[in-house]
Every structure is written in C-alpha cells, then in structure tokens.
Design a protein around this ligand. Structure first.
Ligand code: CDP
Length: 786
C-alpha cells in the first residue's frame, strides 16, 4: 500500500517541493546562450530593414569589410549561392533568411556581419549601404485582401494576391438549419490585437562548425531542440548524427522560441564560412519587432439561441494577419488551431468555421503565445460571445453558462468540431467560483453601487483547453509524429538521472519530473537529477510548447519508471529468494506476500542490478520510453473578475479575481499555482495594456518596453486560487496540462467584467487592450471601439 505521507516526504506526487532549478537561478548561476563562451568565438550582428515594403536596388558592403576586426559580411546574394537565402517554414511556406529581392517588413534581416567583438560587428552593420525603392505598405489583412492591393509575396510563383490560405470546417448546412430555427441570433465582431510573447531572454544562438570533425554544435534558444536538429539536417543537407543542438537554460519562451529564425541560420552559415564559433544574440527591439508575434485576428461570430437559453449552433469567421511570411504552425493542419476548439466545453450541437489569412508588411509569426495552437483567440472569442448572448437574451451570465456547459454525465463528449473531451466537472468548477466570489451578494451590491454612480462589473470566463499534442494519428511536425520520451538511469547507489525530450523554459521540469519518478519508484525526488535540452544525450522528443510536457513527456516519465520497476521486481524476487508472483510492491520497497517484514528497498534492487543479478539477466537498471498519447488532455478553468470603472477617466481596477482550475492530478501544487498566477498576469496584460500596432507606413509601435508594456508586481492584481481535481482518464498519473490555461481563459474574465460595468451604455465591444481612453470614449459616446 502506498503511504501518502511517505510520498509527500520523499517529494512525490502532490508535494509542493521547492524548485530544484531555482538553486542556480536565484544565485545568477543559470547558463543561458549568452553565457556560453567558446574559444576563438566571433560575434554576429544583423542589419535590418528600416522600411516595411521596398525593393532592394543595391547593397554596398565595402565600408563594412574595411573595418578592422570584421571577418565576414554576409548578404542574401551570398546566402543564395549556398541555397540558403530562403528557408521553409512550419506551414510549408518560404521565409527569407536574408532579403535578396525585396524587404517585406520593418526589421527584416538584410545582411549580417561577423567580427571579433559585438561592438565592431555593430559598427560594421551601420557601415553597410543599402539602396531601397519604397513600395506601398499593406498593414492589415482587410486592406491586403482588397482588389488591387500590392502583392507582397511576388517571389512566389502563381501568387497574384495576398491570400495565405482559405479553410473551413464543420457542417455548414446543419448550422444553417439551426440558425433558421433560432429564436434569437446573437452576433459579435472583434479584433484580438497583435501581441508578443516577449520572453525575458531574447533569442540567440552560437554555431560551432568543427572543420576537423565535420560536427556542427549549435547552442540555441529553442523550445524544441530535436526538431531543430532534424530541420537543420534536412535543409542544410548535413548528416543528422553530426549535428548537436544544445538548448541551455531558457529565460522564458511562451511560443516565441519554437520557430527557426534567420539569425539562427545565419550564425550556422557564418560558422561554416569562417570555421569559427559564431555567436548571435538579438537585442530587445529585434526580438519584439522581428520574431514570432501572437494573435492578430479579426473575428466575426453568431450564436443561434433558443429563448430558454440553449445554444443551438455557432458560426464563426476568422481573418488572420500572417505578416510577410506564413511562419506559424499551419493552423488548418494542426487541428486545434484557429477556432477549432471553440465551444468545446459547451453542449453545442452544430457549428461551422471559415477562415482565411493574408500576407501583410508586418513581422511573420502567429505563434501560439502561451497556448495550444492559438486557442487563446478561440476561447476569448467564445467567452465574449457567450456574454453577449446572455445579454441579448436578458439572462444572467452565470445561468446561461450553467445551462449550456457540458454536464458531468456527458463525458466522453464530441465537440461541435469533432474533438473528444474525455472528462470534467464543469458545473462544480463554476459553482465553486461563484461561491468563492460571492456572486449573488455581488449582484445586489452592484445594483446599489450603480444607484450611487459607481460602475462595478463582474466577468466570467469558463473554458477547456486542448493540451498535449499529439496523438500520432493526427499530429506531426515535418512528418515526425508528436510523441515524447524519457530515459531513466538508476545508478548502483540508488541515485538516478532522468532525461526527457521536453525542454523547460522556467516551468520547473527538473522538479516535477523527479516527483513522478519518486511516485513511481519511491526514490526520493532529491535523488533524481533531471536533464533536458541536449540532443546528443536526451532521447528524441518534440519539445515544450502547447502545455504538452506533462501530458506527453510527463507520461513518458511514468512509463519508463514503470519499466524500471518491472525489472526491479525481478531483482527483488532474486534477492528475497521467492518467485516474482510472490513479490508485492509498496512505495520504494518490495516485500514477500504475506510477510511484509521480509522486503528489499528499490535502492537495494538498484545495487543488485550491478552487483548481484540473477543468472541470465542483463546487468544495469536503465531504460527509455516513448509515449504516444491516446488523446489530448482537457483541463477546465473558471475565472471570475470583479472590476470598478471610473466614469470620469475610463480607468478600471480589479477589485477581486477568483480562479478555479481543474488540471487533473497536480504533481506539484506550488508550481501549478505559480503557472496559474503567471498566466493570469499575462492575461491581465493583454486585457489592459499590451499590444503591437503599425502605422500606415508599416512602422512598428511596440518594439520596446516603453511602448510594449509588461505588468509589474505594482499593476498586477491579486488572484485567489481554487482547485477541482478530475483525473485525466488516459494519462498514467491522471494529470492534465496547466501551463497555459490562465493566459488562454483569463483575458475574457477581465474584459467581460469591464463590459458588465458599462453595460448601461449599450456598448457591445471595446477591443483589447481596454485602455482607459477607449473605455472612456465608449462611456461617453455609447459606441463600440473595434
Ligand atoms: O509544457 P509545459 O511545461 O509548458 O506545461 P505543463 O505540462 O502544463 O507543465 C507546467 C508545469 O506545471 C510543469 O512543471 C509541470 O510538471 C507542472 N504541472 C503539475 O505539477 N501538475 C499538473 N497536473 C500539470 C503540470
């Protein structure tokens, strides 16, 4: 029998164990890409385009070459000679590594310089003279789709407009019928503004091509080092076993460190050309203006409603702004992309989605910023539509959700767009949230406050997020199936080393993976060291994004531990001189059935694996496991915000915020709470202050932390956290992902609360961020801000 108290003592499942990695992080002893110094290392800087759309007429690099200490000036033309001026993207589009014909967004990579130190490289970049012939820029997708709009991707054969893709899903005819039967149709249109993951550490790489051995080592800020290795092998035509990608400590990622950026490719090419290690580390502005943005979607939706509050059908259309290159994970290929997962937590019989994307003269990306394939936009739109629908029906917003949420006996349930949601207690989560915030009392208080001229509002957001891609039937990258992996070595003294194919960016894998091993084997978590991020040592994995680590790599950790336990059982039988069937497992120990005092510890079994194994048994106690999840995991969240809007200024304050999260079994409750608080902070940022925009010339506004705002502890409200635990039926330890839920579901709670406070004006939508001037304008005019 597993003793729960013992498990917590050894740092197993459910222990709020202190984070193992923090011992180095809080002492400033982490090793990030920029901390790595290699002998003879050179430094690379990139010349970026000042214009959003222009033809390059000439590039003169002679003055840059003449600066002492400059080793290489690389242009697109030189890269083209090696077939590397363009690279493929995740969406099977192409992206310029260094511009050859045109520049297509402000900040695009035009040339780069390699020099003895970064200062010389930067001076030399400024000495490069580029002549441009300006072209009219296109800065939003609606403008891009107008007839006669300048064609941005004239490099692509057959491309005569700016359409990137067109796609639809669902049952259009059945949805049409549902709308014909509706008592009320509720509509809403809004824009989810462009935002940026802005990890604290920007992107960078050090490429080290060893001419003697032919081995290429790349230190790189990557959330998915193995896929990078395979991609480099395929694109650069280098043998994969001669490529080593090391992703050292990462200072945040949030989806920004999934794509391949031109800087990485240039550092590799420059190392091959110079025969020296070449380091490139971008600055803040480069990160904000040229690497993967998030969101930037125009959303139009309709709900078919029955007068008793039931949703009969949903119809949605999305227009995505892809920027100059279609560089994100093709949302129509990855089935949880775009709006596909919208309304998954509601009992909605039919739906139809149409989508199209457009090229614009803006930075490429469209990364899933702290979400699973862009579900943030889906959940935000869903919850804004739900609030508008409740208003249109004159119903209480909590009651409207209660009627339409999937009931406990509905699982497993098919969503309107075909996913299988396997478990949840949605009504319980909603009720817990409403009780915690004192919903009924608040409604009375709100009315009384309004009579005194105070504008109080309450906003709810309920959602389930599909986390843990794949399964291998439906998800792949470059054809490689979306599994993950773990390798465990238990040493003779009972200490262990675990490696996985995931890559933590601050989420605490070094702590929580050891807890899973502790749970499965009874080894104290402190006796398990965890390593990730080095393709020469870690088993092949698909990396960390989409909160897939716990659902997939975490499951692999369980499975490999169970393999080790199976071998340890044979060793125990040998040591106890009984047959294997007569051996029983308790946490950390095997004993003889019926004689619990006769037992051996897992550590004794480990020693025996190297010193006293039975005849015919292979020595050693190590193994690996590849895990292909049968389904996504579906955590659920209910977020409720209470705000007060100042009618004189439009400033709004968060008075209370309650979060109820159900991520199944929690490995480390403290880390889970940290993930939720971090996610809610980002949600608050998006709701209140954060966006990137472009002026009519295509100049970016939001390329520094003066214009692109991050909330500090000062602005961030307090969050009250609650939990419900519905174990995932198919995960070995019942866990579901959690890393992103709060960023995904949080924004709608804040925004719905502000709309609730200003409902008397008849304003239907104020686009995020809800800056005070927008709210004030809406209050003053009664007009939407879209
Ligand atoms: O893929 P990513 O690590 O970003 O997200 P995740 O799998 O949701 O995990 C985030 C962190 O929370 C990891 O350290 C997990 O092990 C931990 N976690 C947990 O302790 N219990 C859960 N049920 C889910 C995640």
């Amino acid at each position: 029998m597993t003793d729960t108290l013992d498990e917590v003592r050894i740092g197993g499942l459910g222990a709020s164990r202190r984070r193992a990695e923090d011992a180095r992080f809080i002492r400033g002893r982490g090793t990030y890409v920029d901390d790595v110094v290699l002998p003879g290392m050179l430094h690379m800087e990139i010349l970026r385009s000042p214009l959003a759309h222009a033809r390059i007429t000439s590039i003169d690099t002679s003055a840059a070459w003449a600066i002492p200490g400059v080793r290489l000036v690389l242009t697109g033309e030189m890269a083209a000679q090696r077939n590397l001026a363009w690279m493929p993207t995740l969406s099977y589009d192409t992206q310029a590594v260094l511009a050859t014909d045109k520049v297509r967004f402000q900040g695009q990579e035009v040339a780069c310089v390699v020099a003895d130190d970064p200062y010389i490289a930067r001076d030399a970049v400024e000495a490069i003279v580029v002549e441009y012939e300006a072209l009219p820029p296109v800065v939003n997708p609606k403008q891009a789709m107008e007839p006669g709009a300048p064609v941005i991707r004239d490099d692509k054969e057959g491309q005569t407009d700016n359409l990137t893709y067109r796609w639809d899903v669902g049952d259009a005819a059945a949805t049409e019928r549902a709308f014909a039967e509706a008592d009320t149709v509720s509509t809403l249109s809004l824009h989810y503004p462009r935002s940026h993951p802005s990890p604290l550490e920007p992107c960078g790489s050090i490429a080290d091509f060893d001419v003697a051995t032919g081995k290429l080592t790349i230190y790189m800020t990557s959330q998915a080092p193995h896929i990078i290795r395979s991609a480099v092998a395929l694109v650069a035509e280098l043998p994969e076993h001669m490529i080593r990608v090391i992703s050292p400590d990462l200072g945040g990622g949030f989806g920004n460190k999934v794509p391949v950026y031109p800087g990485y490719v240039c550092s590799i090419l420059c190392s091959i050309l110079t025969g020296k290690p070449v380091k490139w580390v971008e600055d803040r502005s480069s990160n904000l203006s040229s690497t993967g943005f998030g969101r930037d979607m125009y959303l139009d939706g309709e709900l078919a409603l029955r007068s008793d509050g039931r949703i009969l059908g949903v119809r949605m259309h999305v227009t995505t702004d892809q920027g100059a290159f279609f560089a994100d994970a093709q949302p129509s290929k990855f089935k949880v992309g775009l709006l596909h997962s919208a309304f998954a937590c509601y009992d909605v019989p039919v739906g139809h989605i149409s989508a199209h994307g457009a090229y614009t003269n803006k930075a490429p990306g469209g990364v899933a910023y702290r979400c699973s394939f862009r579900v943030t936009e889906a959940m935000y739109f869903q919850e804004r539509m739900v609030q508008a629908a409740a208003d249109d029906l004159g119903m209480d917003q909590a009651e409207f959700r209660r009627i339409n949420l999937l009931h406990d006996d509905a699982f497993p349930a098919r969503t309107p767009f075909g996913f299988l949601v396997d478990s949840g207690q949605y009504g319980k989560c909603l009720q817990l949230g409403l009780d915690a915030i004192g919903y009924q009392d608040f409604v009375a208080e709100q009315a009384a406050a309004r009579a005194r001229g105070r504008l109080l509002g309450i906003g709810i957001s309920t959602m389930t997020e599909p986390l843990g891609a794949g399964n291998s039937r439906e998800y792949d990258i470059l054809g490689i199936k979306m599994f993950d992996s773990a390798e465990l070595r238990v040493h003779p003294t009972g200490k262990a080393m675990l490696r996985t194919g995931a890559r933590s960016q601050g989420q605490g894998h070094e702590t929580t993976w050891a807890q899973i091993v502790a749970h499965e084997l009874g080894l104290p978590a402190d006796d398990v060291v965890v390593e990730e991020g080095d393709t020469d040592t870690a088993p092949y994995g698909m990396g960390t994004y989409a909160s897939r680590s716990t659902p997939v790599a975490g499951a692999a950790v369980s499975m490999v531990s169970r393999k080790i336990r199976a071998k340890a059982r044979k060793l125990a039988a040998h040591l106890l001189e009984v047959s294997e069937e007569d051996v029983e497992w308790e946490l950390g120990r095997f004993h003889v059935r019926g004689a619990p005092e006769r037992g051996v510890t897992i550590q004794e079994c480990a020693a025996a694996a190297y010193t006293n194994m039975p005849d015919g048994m292979e020595p050693g106690l190590e193994g690996n496991a590849y895990y292909d999840p049968p389904n996504l995991t579906w955590p659920f969240a209910c977020y409720i915000a209470i705000v007060e809007v100042d009618p004189e200024t439009g400033v709004w304050d968060v008075l209370r915020f309650v979060a109820v999260d159900d991520c199944g079994v929690r490995i480390n409750p403290m880390i889970v709470e940290g993930q939720i608080m971090g996610g809610l902070t980002e949600a608050y940022a998006m709701a209140s202050m954060q966006f990137q925009t472009y002026d009519a010339e295509g100049n970016i506004v939001g390329s520094n932390f003066m214009d692109y705002l991050l909330p500090t502890a000062w602005e961030t409200p307090g969050f009250e956290l609650h939990e419900v635990v519905t174990p995932c039926p198919h995960h070995p330890i019942g866990a579901k992902g959690i890393g992103e839920c709060a960023t995904v579901g949080g924004p709608a709670a804040f925004v719905n609360a502000v709309h609730d406070a200003i409902r008397h004006t008849g304003v239907r939508n104020v686009d995020m961020p809800l800056l005070p001037d927008r709210v004030w304008e809406a209050l003053r005019t009664g007009h939407d801000y879209s």
